[in-house]
Design a protein around this ligand. Structure first.
Ligand code: FDA
Length: 304
C-alpha cells in the first residue's frame, strides 16, 4: 500500500517541483543524496573511498523533455569523468537514458550515451546504464548491446530480479560479456511482467546472482538484503570463486555498517552516490522501499 503511494508520488510533477525548490525538502533528501553540486559529490566519493570502498556517481535527473536539458545532463557526466580522473578517485558513473532524451528522441539519447562511453573509455572508467520502468527494458538493453560492441567492457546494464524476463536477459548479456548490475527493481510493475510476491523476487535474485558470480563476467550484486548477501558469500566460498570476481553494490546512506564489514572481509564494495537538485523521484523510490525511513527522517528533522 505505502509502496504504491510513494511510487505514485514519485511521478507527481507538482509535488516534484514544489519539493525540489523547498529548503525543507533539500534538507530531508540529504539522508540519501550527497549534496547538490559536482564538487560535493566528489568530496563524498573521496570520503567513501577512504573506507576502501569504490563509488558510482549518479547525477540525478530523469524524464527530460527537450534536447538542451539532455545536453546539460550529459555535460555534468563529462565534468564528472574529467574530475574522477584528475583527482584519482576510485569511481565510475551511472546514468539514466530518460535523462539523455530517451522519452522523446532515442537516437539523441544514444548519441549522447556514446559520447559519454567514449569519454569513459579515454579516462579508463566505466558507464553503468541504470534500468528504469519496464516500457524501456528492451530498448535499454539493445542500446547497451550496441554501445558495448563499440566499447567492450566500458559500459554495462542493470537487470531487475522482479521481472520474469530477467533470467533470459541474464544469459543474453553474459553471453556477450556485458557486465550486469543485479538489483530487485524499484518501479511499479504489474503481475503480467513482474513477480507480485517479494519472496519470489528474492528467490529469483539469489538464483541469478549465483549465475552471475560464477560467470567470467564481472558483475555487481546490488542489494542491502543481508540474507541474500550472506548467501552470496556462502556460495562463492563453497564454489571457490575469487572475491575479486564480482562486487557488492549499495546505495549511499543505506547500511553503511554492512558496506564496511564486507570491505573489511576483502569483498569489493561500490557505493552508488546520487547528487544534484533533481532528487525528488529518487528520494521517493527510497521511501517506497522502506517506509520506516519516513519515521527516521521525521525524528532527525525535529531533533536538529
Ligand atoms: P529489500 O528492499 O528487500 O531490502 C532489504 C533490507 O535492506 C531492508 O530490510 C532494509 O534493512 C534495507 N534497505 C533497503 N532499502 C532501504 C532503504 N531505502 N533505506 C534503508 N534501508 C533499506 N533499481 C532499479 O530499478 N534500477 C536501477 O538501475 C537500480 N540501481 C541500483 C543501484 C544500486 C547500487 C542499488 C543498491 C540499488 C539499485 N536499485 C535500482 C534499487 C533496487 O532495485 C531496490 O529497489 C533497492 O536496492 C532495495 O532493494 P534491496 O535489494 O536492498 O532489498
Amino acid at each position: 500500500m505505502l509502496r504504491s503511494a510513494f511510487l505514485a508520488l514519485s511521478r507527481n510533477q507538482a509535488m516534484r517541483s514544489f519539493s525540489e525548490r523547498s529548503k525543507v525538502g533539500r534538507r530531508l533528501s540529504g539522508r540519501f543524496v550527497a549534496g547538490m553540486t559536482v564538487d560535493e559529490a566528489l568530496q563524498a566519493a573521496e570520503q567513501v573511498n577512504s573506507d576502501g570502498i569504490a563509488v558510482s556517481l549518479d547525477s540525478l535527473g530523469e524524464s527530460v523533455a527537450a534536447e538542451p536539458q539532455a545536453r546539460a545532463s550529459a555535460e555534468i557526466y563529462h565534468r564528472l569523468l574529467d574530475q574522477i580522473q584528475a583527482r584519482g578517485i576510485n569511481a565510475n558513473v551511472s546514468a539514466k537514458l530518460t535523462q539523455m532524451g530517451m522519452d522523446f528522441d532515442p537516437a539523441l539519447a544514444e548519441r549522447i550515451m556514446a559520447e559519454i562511453v567514449a569519454h569513459a573509455t579515454a579516462a579508463d572508467s566505466f558507464v553503468r546504464v541504470d534500468m528504469e520502468g519496464s516500457e524501456l527494458t528492451e530498448a535499454t538493453l539493445l542500446m547497451v548491446e550496441r554501445l558495448h560492441a563499440q566499447a567492450h567492457g566500458r559500459v554495462g546494464a542493470v537487470l531487475q530480479s522482479y521481472l520474469y524476463r530477467t533470467e533470459a536477459d541474464t544469459d543474453r548479456l553474459l553471453g556477450q560479456g556485458i557486465r550486469i548490475r543485479l538489483c530487485k527493481g524499484a518501479y511499479k510493475e504489474g503481475p503480467s511482467l513482474a513477480f507480485p510476491a517479494k519472496a519470489d523476487v528474492d528467490r529469483n535474485y539469489v538464483k541469478l546472482a549465483r549465475r552471475m558470480v560464477a560467470s567470467p563476467v564481472f558483475c555487481g550484486m546490488a542489494t542491502h538484503d543481508e540474507a541474500i548477501v550472506t548467501e552470496i558469500c556462502r556460495f562463492v566460498q563453497e564454489k571457490g570463486i575469487a572475491k575479486s570476481a564480482f562486487e557488492f553494490q549499495m546505495l549511499y546512506g543505506v547500511r553503511r555498517d554492512l558496506q564496511r564489514r564486507l570491505a573489511a572481509e576483502g569483498f569489493g564494495v561500490r557505493v552508488y552516490i546520487p547528487f544534484g537538485t533533481e532528487w525528488y523521484p529518487y528520494f521517493m523510490r527510497r521511501l517506497a522501499e522502506r517506509p520506516a525511513n519516513l519515521l527516521f527522517l521525521a525524528k532527525n528533522f525535529f531533533r536538529n
